[in-house]
Design a protein around this ligand. Structure first.
Ligand code: ADP
Length: 504
């Protein structure tokens, strides 16, 4: 159905293996990306926070150099570094900044600058990664920013690169204002992080390839029984239908294989049965056709008596063929069809069938026993089967002989039976008569299709039951046994009663 739909909508036909693999890879890739990206951004935030802490500690160090205090105790405004008024150290802004730049040494990827009177004046005496003094725009920006006397922490895209900086005004009473600037190269600081995550990406891609290869192999192995199943199913045709699929392992796929094998068994049996039926029907129809044809061929049309007798014979044979066709139809309707069961009161049902049996007026009928229980059956079908047994009993036992009919409870089952005083069934025919067209001595000269008991068997089987037979030299007892009905005592019936009423 799916295949048809895909074809109808023009969707590409993708194998299950491919779809399993794509799903696994997609989920793995999404998982790795989310984990990697989260770790990257958390780490980046932490690095940037560390940079700010470092820059603030530089200003604290500068403050210590200028004021001799480690906190902003002598702060002027927003943390401005102010020299002590006692004039001990330093005497000028330039002195203060020179001392700071000489003593507060910038770390890796860092640089500092001392600005006096708006001009970059001092740089540290060590090798620097960046030169802030080379970017006049940055210098004037910093001068502007701290003009209100506050310490500024910011990010700038200078000619020296992407930097994070801190600028603190340094004031010595009575001198020009100064600024201490220290900055760190963000790109260089984050380079390690980028390198680590480049490695992560390479490893993740490698892992994805490994997952893909293992997934492809495992999916292929798991699906191989399905491929075998498909190959075997396409090999099995009407003529090559005996092949079965090997059951490998013990899992869902092996269960499926067993189910398919069971289905093939049933199909095989159904096809064999069908072929057998066709053979049987062909064989059975051949006889009347041959008889009628033979008589018509040899018929002397001028002989009125012969025409009359041939006409009777032909009609007789055609009637037999009609009966045969009716029985085949009945058998086809019954075989394999599950019965639509209803709860039936067995005693009442027995009385109804008994009343019908009494229509065979050539015999003396007796309702011998009636089970006082209910049973789940399809009453129309069981009546059909029971009347078939009645018909056989009437057909094969001498006219005027007594035939008993009854229903009994067996262990967890109910039996509908008919007993006659006929010739009984010889031992070698007791199985054959239940097969299609199985008869004793060509029906002992009595007309029949040989399908009656096959129909009874099919109806019993559709109820989950069976046909029973007790027979000897004189008489036979045929029964239809269907499961169900709680065990309950049966009541004997007046053996000569013909009304089916329960005896007191
Ligand atoms: P048919 O009666 O059309 O031949 P059935 O399937 O009903 O076919 O019966 C099969 C054969 O079993 C009959 O030909 C007959 O020889 C034998 N048979 C069936 N019922 C009885 C019976 N009650 N007594 C003796 N023989 C019977």
């Amino acid at each position: 159905m799916r295949g048809r739909l895909s074809r109808r909508w023009g969707l590409p036909r993708l194998s299950v293996r491919f779809r399993i693999l794509t799903t696994i890879l997609l989920v793995t890739a999404i998982g790795m990306t989310v984990a990697g990206a989260t770790a990257f951004f958390v780490q980046r935030e932490r690095t940037l926070q560390d940079l700010d802490d470092r820059l603030l500690s530089r200003v604290e160090a500068a403050r210590f150099v200028v004021t001799g205090e480690s906190a902003t105790g002598s702060g002027d405004g927003e943390g401005t570094v102010v020299a002590r008024a006692d004039g001990t150290v330093p005497a000028t802004t330039a002195d203060a900044l020179e001392a700071v730049l000489a003593r507060v040494v910038p770390g890796r990827n860092e640089s500092s600058l001392g600005i006096v009177g708006g001009e970059p004046t001092f740089v540290p005496g060590v090798e620097l990664a960046i030169h802030l003094e080379r970017d006049p725009a940055f210098v004037s920006r910093v001068v502007d920013e701290v003009s209100d006397g506050s310490v500024r922490l910011g990010t700038a895209l200078s000619t020296e690169g992407h930097i994070r900086y801190i600028a603190a005004p340094v004031t010595v009473a009575g001198d020009v204002p100064g600024i201490y600037v220290t900055a760190v190269d963000i790109t260089a600081e984050l380079d390690e992080l980028y390198a680590a995550f480049t490695t992560y990406t390479v490893v993740a891609l490698g892992a994805l390839v490994a997952v893909g290869l293992v997934g492809w192999f495992v999916a292929g192995r798991l699906l191989s029984p399905l491929r075998q199943l498909r190959a075997a199913a396409s090999r099995i045709t009407a003529s090559e239908r005996h092949e079965r699929i090997p059951v490998l392992g013990r899992d869902d796929v092996s269960d499926l294989t067993e189910t398919v094998n069971d289905m093939l068994d049933r199909l095989d049996a159904a096809m064999t049965g069908q072929r057998q039926l066709l053979d049987d029907v062909r064989h059975e129809l051949k006889t009347p056709i041959t008889i009628v044809r033979g008589h018509l061929e040899l018929l002397d049309a001028a002989n009125v008596d012969e025409v009359e007798s041939t006409r009777t014979l032909a009609i007789d044979e055609l009637d037999r063929m009609t009966g045969l066709v009716d029985d085949i139809e009945s058998l086809a309707e019954t075989t394999g069809v599950p019965s639509s069961a209803v709860a039936v009161e067995v005693a009442r049902f027995t009385a109804d069938v008994f009343a019908k049996a009494e229509g065979y007026v050539d015999h003396e009928w007796t309702l011998a026993e009636s089970a006082a229980t209910t049973v789940l059956i399809d009453p129309a079908r069981i009546t059909q089967a029971w009347l078939q047994l009645v018909d056989n009993a009437a057909k094969y036992s001498p006219a005027g002989s007594m035939i008993e009919l009854g229903s009994s409870e067996l262990d967890g089952a109910v039996e509908f039976w008919v007993r006659d005083a006929g010739p009984g069934i010889p031992a070698d025919a007791r199985e054959r008569i239940f097969e299609r067209f199985g008869r004793v001595d060509a029906g002992r000269g009595i007309r029949g299709s040989g399908l009656g008991l096959a129909i009874v068997t099919a109806i019993a089987a559709a109820h989950g039951g069976r046909v029973s037979l007790e027979t000897g030299e004189h008489g036979s007892r045929f029964g239809i046994v269907v499961p169900g009905g709680p065990s309950a005592p049966t009541r004997a019936i007046d053996s000569h009663s013909t009304t089916g009423k329960v005896a007191p």
